[in-house]
Design a binder for this molecule. Sequence first.
Ligand code: HEC
Ligand code: HEC
Ligand code: HEC
Ligand code: HEC
Length: 228
Amino acid sequence: MGKNSGKIIIVALLTALACLLVPQYSLAADERIQDELSDPSPTFNPLRKALGNKTYDHAMKSGKYRYTGNAKCRLCHREFFVGRKKDPHIYSYERLVATKHQKNKRCLGCHTTGYNVESGFISFKKTPILIGVQCEGCHGPGSEHVRLHAKDASPFAIPRIGGTKKRKDNKEIKGGFLVGADKPKIIKRMCLSCHTKRWGHSFPRTAHDFQAAYNLYKTPLPGDDDSD
Ligand code: HEC
Ligand code: HEC
Ligand code: HEC
Ligand code: HEC
């Protein structure tokens, strides 16, 4: 390798680095971050907020609900992973890295999957599969759901979407989710427990716009349109 090509590589690397850094400064300047940091209210976990203390405590005490990570979901819901790549929720941990708050308790609850919940996110080192807001970030811990459907676990299985399995012993967990598609009110509360007034820019809090954002998640490929 000649001297010049070495220089070119260094210049290219520096340019790439500069490009990476510039948007980070603007993110860090987001005034909502300062607001959040000076907020004296206790931190919370969104799942508890969506379910309410009573249901949350009852469910967690049972030990049935544990986070499994997206790799499990992919086994049976492959079709969800095509369009989900475009879902910004998956990259929400990167926003904390970019602003150097990836270890900040004040931020992790809304930017990871299950922080503050037993079996949920702890740290990048210990629970790398739970960074960002993954499937279970909205639907809640999936171990019971996976257990109920274990016999469908062929990698080629295409689940029939829309129904729920009825269980006589526990009505509250039809599909095995605390925040399943059969509980639209609770999923909405889940959205709003992260998308608070401070962090609600993505959709103005009018019923109409919220509904539009919410509807994206009713289709397996949000943002992906069959027509393009
Ligand atoms: C665990 C917290 C959490 C939950 C639950 C959650 N979100 Fe989000 N949401 C986020 C975060 C954090 C981002 C920012 C992602 C990014 O840009 O890095 C985001 C981003 C978004 C965006 C994209 C904003 C943009 O600028 O493109 C929309 C739309 C959205 N959420 C809607 C919803 C809806 C609808 C629900 C419920 C079905 C929901 N969210 C549930 C945390 C959450
Ligand atoms: C209550 C939940 C919640 C908490 C706590 C929270 N965030 Fe967020 N954050 C969100 C949501 C939701 C979004 C999506 C943007 C929106 O809807 O305004 C977001 C977006 C962001 C963005 C992207 C902004 C943009 O315009 O693209 C950054 C950066 C960010 N958060 C950093 C932080 C930091 C740093 C902390 C801790 C000091 C933090 N957040 C705490 C929910 C939260
Ligand atoms: C931002 C929150 C959010 C994320 C992240 C999310 N979902 Fe959902 N999901 C929803 C909402 C909202 C619904 C619709 C509930 C309703 O029908 O009212 C839903 C519905 C579903 C359904 C039922 C669809 C139907 O037509 O009945 C399945 C299956 C599903 N999600 C799987 C997944 C998988 C797998 C992932 C991860 C790749 C995922 N979800 C990530 C919010 C989310
Ligand atoms: C072993 C296969 C399998 C795995 C693994 C699996 N699912 Fe499912 N899932 C199914 C089947 C089958 C259905 C359809 C249920 C029905 O119609 O009875 C379903 C339905 C759903 C629904 C809609 C019904 C409801 O209860 O809300 C959601 C949401 C969902 N899955 C999310 C997930 C998530 C998130 C994961 C990862 C934690 C996951 N699934 C892992 C097989 C699986």
